[in-house]
Design a protein around this ligand. Structure first.
Ligand code: KIV
Ligand code: ZN
Length: 503
């Protein structure tokens, strides 16, 4: 049977203690409710001895906690801290005291100024005291602070942990309090502890992200025997933060592990936490960052568009809906992008365009992007207006006048030369084409269609026209106007300029 990961949230304790303005009870309550809806199995509600405000928050949250959620409070290995922690969470059904002391040689010597024996005894005494204080239906978690720095004295740590377990701790937490080296070295230590302790003891990891590998360390620790994964929403926590809960949850989910969380809440949760903590989600943040679903190179855009409705995408780790992200994969147009992005951005904005036209616009857009960087949808629509709906070039329509049922008078310029041609035809389009041909210009018209549109207050009709260019290529031109006749004539002149511009 697969071991189910136990998600233990530390946002309200490790995350909170690192905020520039730690949360009060009301603020903690908002996050707490989100956490219970998200489905985490354990919540460390605070460090009761840290301040009256934190004590009050621990008490309040314990009182509103669901019966099946483990509620814990942090305590150093001192009687005062342990008593405060126990009292603060007494209203919770599933209570846990989380006590800790550093066991790395460096910290014992330079921070605690204690011998290993003194530290070990303090840990054992604290766990015994915590167990007696929390009562038979509560539990005790013990953490080896700076466990990641215990390579030289791992035998001492394991010996101490065996005694700590005999003293009553049932959850052993192994923090990488400061991430200093490669993941495998930490995971080797986790495996050693896992192999040495009784199998009914829950092994937990708590990894800080100083080198940016906390997610990897946590995910691999799970496969090395750790069941409890201590993570924080948005990766909040001291310095570079704690392990990001979302990344671990999704990485395990993608690895086939059943993750007991409501993953579809992730995106909303991330935005709320960012808002409430004042810690912005950085542009490139995995899964939740504004850029996490953006594609800018032409090759990536092509793959993304071809697979956008599939669960697995060519260039994304998940379908955005897995984490409740509604903004779809975003295509940003830069000098690296291509026709697919143009096509998608314009279509998405509600304007008609063909792939052939998008191909024609791509070099124009690239040139602009080379100068100003990524183009906004507005920038791209301007390019669309100027190069599809109002193509500038040598031909310029000046006036068209209906003289009689079949006769028109067309006035236009080719560069600076003015043409005034009166001609009859089978309707205005036919007459206009004939006038242009009569003026000596090659204009091989194929056919046209019309679409009713709602692209703006003054544009009710769109004409789409097809021409054959002298090089044999079929050219599509468009134009909009509230009058269908004017839309037709404008489309002819747009077509002429496109043909003339491509040479
Ligand atoms: O990082 C750490 O070691 C801690 C302990 C208190 C668990 O936060
Ligand atoms: Zn920590």
């Amino acid at each position: 049977m697969q071991r189910q990961p136990f998600f233990y949230d530390i946002t309200l304790r490790d995350g909170n203690q690192s905020l520039k303005k730690p949360w009060n009870t009301l603020e903690k309550e908002i996050i707490f409710k989100h956490l219970t809806e998200f489905g985490v199995q354990g919540i460390e509600v605070g460090f009761a001895a840290a301040s009256d405000m934190d004590y009050e928050a621990c008490s309040y949250l314990s009182g509103i906690a669901p019966n099946n959620t483990v509620i814990s409070a942090l305590a150093r290995c001192t009687q005062n801290d342990i008593i405060k922690a126990a009292q603060s969470i007494q209203a919770a059904k599933k209570r846990r005291i989380h006590t800790f002391i550093a066991m790395s040689p460096f910290n014992m010597q330079y921070v605690l100024n204690k011998s290993p024996l003194e530290v070990k005894n303090q840990a054992i005494e604290a766990v015994k005291f915590a167990k007696s204080t929390i009562g038979a239906d509560g539990e005790v978690q013990f953490s080896v602070e700076h466990f990641g720095d215990c390579h030289e004295n791992i035998d001492f740590v394991i010996e101490s942990l065996k005694e700590v377990v005999r003293a009553g701790a049932t959850i052993i937490n192994l923090p990488n309090t400061v991430e200093r080296t490669r993941p495998k070295l930490f995971i080797n230590l986790v495996e050693k502890v896992y192999n040495a302790l009784p199998k009914d003891i829950i092994i937990s990891v708590h990894n800080h992200n100083d080198l940016g590998m906390a997610t990897a360390v946590t995910v691999e620790s799970y496969f090395a025997g750790a069941i409890q994964l201590e993570c924080a929403l948005n990766g909040l926590g001291e310095r570079a933060g704690n392990t990001n809960m979302y990344e671990v949850a999704v990485a395990l989910h993608n690895s086939g592990v059943i993750v007991p969380l409501n993953l579809s809440k992730i995106y909303e949760l991330a935005l709320t936490v960012s808002d409430m903590s004042g810690v912005a989600i950085y542009e490139k943040a995995p899964l939740i960052g504004p850029d996490a679903l953006a594609h800018r190179s032409g090759i990536h855009q092509d793959g993304a568009v071809k697979t956008k409705d599939m669960e697995k995408g060519a260039y994304r780790p998940i379908h955005p809906s897995l984490i409740g992200r509604k903004d779809d994969e975003k295509l940003g147009f830069t000098s690296q992008s291509g026709k697919t992005a143009i096509f998608e951005i314009i279509t998405e904005a509600g304007y008609p365009i063909s792939i052939q036209e998008a191909q024609r616009l791509a070099p124009i857009a690239k040139e602009t992007a080379e100068k100003i960087g990524e183009l906004s949808t507005r920038n791209i629509l301007d390019i669309y207006y100027n190069n599809i709906l109002n193509v500038k070039g040598a031909f310029r329509l000046s006036n068209i006048e209906k003289i009689s049922e079949d006769n028109i008078k067309l006035n236009f310029f080719f560069n600076d030369k003015e043409y005034n041609i009166e001609i009859s035809g089978n309707g205005p389009v036919d007459a206009c084409i004939k006038a242009i041909q009569k003026a000596g210009f090659n204009c091989e018209f194929l056919n046209y269609e019309q679409k009713a549109l709602n692209m703006g207050s003054d544009a009710a009709a769109m004409t789409i026209m097809y021409f054959k260019a002298p090089n044999g290529q079929t050219i599509i031109s468009r134009a909009c106007d509230e009058s269908t006749v004017k839309a037709n004539i404008k489309a002819i002149f747009n077509g002429l300029n496109i043909i003339y511009n491509i040479g």
